[in-house]
Unconditional design. Sequence first.
Length: 223
Amino acid sequence: MADNITRVSRFGFVNAYLVREDDGLTLVDTMIPRSGKAILAAAQRLGAPIVRIALTHAHGDHIGSLDELADALPGVEVMISTRDARFLHKDMSLDPGEPQDKLRGSWPGARTEPTRTLEPGDTVGSLEVVASPGHTPGHVAFLDTRDRTLYCGDAFSTLGGVATTAKVNPRFPLPAMATWDKPTEIATARALRALDPARLAPGHGPVVENPGGAMDAAIAKAS
Ligand SMILES: [Zn+2]
């Protein structure tokens, strides 16, 4: 695995990542509640402070330890897409131009306020914010411009094989069951594949090196 990435996992089924930068660590996602200790211990082993938290989307298994970590890390930057930031306040409204599908999955909200909201094309340290709606309306992925690692959140999962979350993978159905709009999610899967990532670092499952072929197969299966 590239030197910049440390995967922190709980029960092998949900991930957060510590991404090394010159000024400290960026934490991508926070997993389920009560994961803060494990994440802070991993950062301590790396000998660097967590200076920013970047969230792919507002589902409970990605923002679950946000409040706990924000309390433990005074001054930490907290970032989520402008669109999914509304879900942190439990504003569950859909915009007129969006598919009017049911919002699925868990939406616990958080009392932590983002210090900055993200738009596609923004950067978070070395990470470029990539639009990837479908699983949630404002889902974003993060592409590390140094090594082309794609932190894809729940746009793809790799637990039980590389799969989009547009179609239920019987070997690990949970992420797809929480997907908001499937056609949008398939378009996103294609767009992320076109980035030609060197590795895929998902919210659920192991990091996959050279994922292009597996992403193609997953897209073909879901289309
Ligand atoms: Zn999710």
